[in-house]
Design a protein around this ligand. Structure first.
Ligand SMILES: [Zn+2]
Length: 452
């Protein structure tokens, strides 16, 4: 392990710095440059990579370390694209690959070039150390995740499933430890919510603003739509991941024992329990609410053409997030049902985008391997599955039957309020070199444990 630490520290840091310096802001993406870097880096250790472009400059890269076939296959997945960064807002160049105060700074350090670097490093170490794998370990670094993944993971699974599909997948979305009292509880993302982006158009009849009742104002109709959806409280549903999360945290954290045990025993009282919790733990309570029910939030609105014209049209977009077990079709039917009183004949609905939710089981040998490796590094630690309210590329693989876990192992490295998660997509995104080494070590040992 000492030798691993020294080897890893310099090399994994260099890989991440190099990746940050390749600007893959999506749109447009330009991931091919980063994909070629990954291929070249892996070729130094004798890996053969395939480059798959879904469109010009939209590169994905795949490689494979073959096992004997006695065990199922495992994919180390990451995405190469990043969201935009405004250099004026940053204290360092977001594309400079700066190392400062023990951190690698830059857009993508956490989301998720840091994990790409860790996965590369772990794969190379498996080969260098001659680990006898019983199953294939595949690595794929893909395009387009930040814009939905259709030109990345979605494209690969659709066109080259034999190259990229694996029985198990490790990806972003979890891994960061939660501080519970004096111990770390490491998260494993086992589920993510689905989404329905719905554009609702309300129609009316135009007229003069000075005689409003002669006309039929579409803005007022939309007002009723918003009110109706805003007042709706979806039923509380505790999916397996959330149940397990609540009971694990109740066990590991003295301060959460009482509220979380009550929540598990009486889900119907969730709102009261979380209102109470919010008085002392506001953020935690608000993070929990969307994990126990469907949510519908208005996010865009547009209507009217002139100061003195009663508008005949108003449209609003709603971001609806659904739990595993629910479907996009159910959500759409439910929303239409809620709006019956507003007059469905005056409303039209357009699905802008939709993803089904997904959940993987926790009772698997990979989850066991993760737990036992983490306990090896930190005997006192806890491990818990988490549900993510957003989405990752894992959903493409779960839809094809893979067991997917979001697991980028990290120790908490920043104060709670400005925690690491906050800096994904934010200003001054960075990852500690300590965590790069830790992440590589845990990932390497996990694959080894799972595959030998
Ligand atoms: Zn990401």
């Amino acid at each position: 392990m000492v030798q691993l630490r020294r080897e890893v520290k310099e090399e994994v840091t260099r890989i991440l710095r190099d990746l940050i310096r390749i600007d893959t802001t999506n749109p447009p993406g330009n991931e091919t440059a980063a994909a070629k870097y990954v291929a070249k880096n892996l070729s130094q250790d004798g890996f053969e990579c395939v480059l798959r472009e879904s469109a010009l400059s939209r590169g994905n890269v795949i490689t494979r370390l073959a096992g004997t076939g006695e065990k199922p296959s495992l994919l180390l997945l990451s995405h190469l694209d990043i969201v935009a960064a405004n250099p004026d807002e940053w204290s360092v160049d977001p594309f400079g690959g700066v190392v400062k105060d023990g951190f690698v700074w830059g857009r993508g350090a956490l989301d998720m070039k840091g994990m790409t670097a860790i996965e590369l490093m772990a794969l190379k170490l498996l080969k260098r150390n001659g680990v006898k794998l019983k199953g294939d370990v595949v690595l794929a670094a893909t395009a387009d995740e930040e814009k939905g993944g259709e030109a990345g993971a979605g494209y690969l699974l659709e066109n080259f499933p034999q190259e990229v599909f694996a029985d198990y997948v490790l990806n972003e979305g979890g891994g960061l430890a939660i501080s519970a009292g004096t111990k770390n509880v490491y998260t494993v993302q086992t589920a993510e919510k689905g989404l329905l982006w719905l554009r609702v158009k309300a129609r009316g009849f135009p007229g003069h603003g000075s005689t409003p009742n002669v006309a039929d104002n579409a803005i007022l109709r939309m007002n009723k739509v918003i009110e109706q959806l805003e007042n709706y409280r979806a039923p509380i549903v505790l999916v397996p991941t959330v149940k397990q999360f609540l009971s694990n945290l109740a066990r590991e954290d003295d301060a959460l024992r009482e509220p979380f045990s009550r929540l598990l025993a009486h889900p119907g009282e969730a709102d009261v329990i979380l209102d109470e919790l919010a008085k002392t733990e506001k953020l935690l309570a608000e993070e929990l609410r969307p994990r126990i029910r469907m949510t519908i939030a208005p996010t865009m609105i547009r209507g009217g053409v002139k100061e003195n014209v009663i508008p005949s049209e108003c449209e609003a977009t709603f971001d609806c997030r659904i739990l595993p077990g629910q479907t996009v079709a159910d959500a759409l039917a439910l929303i239409k049902g809620l709006l019956q009183g507003v007059g469905l004949d005056k409303l039209t609905f357009e699905v802008v985008h939709a993803n089904e939710p997904s959940e993987s089981p926790m009772e698997t040998p990979l989850y066991e391997a993760i737990t036992s490796v983490l306990e090896g590094f930190e005997p006192n630690c806890g491990v818990t599955p988490v549900l993510m309210t957003g989405g990752t590329d894992s959903r493409f693989f779960r839809a094809k039957g893979s067991v997917c876990y979001g697991f980028h192992p990290m120790r908490p490295e920043m104060p709670k309020e400005s925690g690491a998660v906050k800096r994904e997509h934010g200003i001054d995104e960075r990852i500690s070199i300590e965590n790069l080494v830790f992440g590589t070590s845990v990932l390497y040992e996990t694959v080894k444990k799972f595959m030998t």
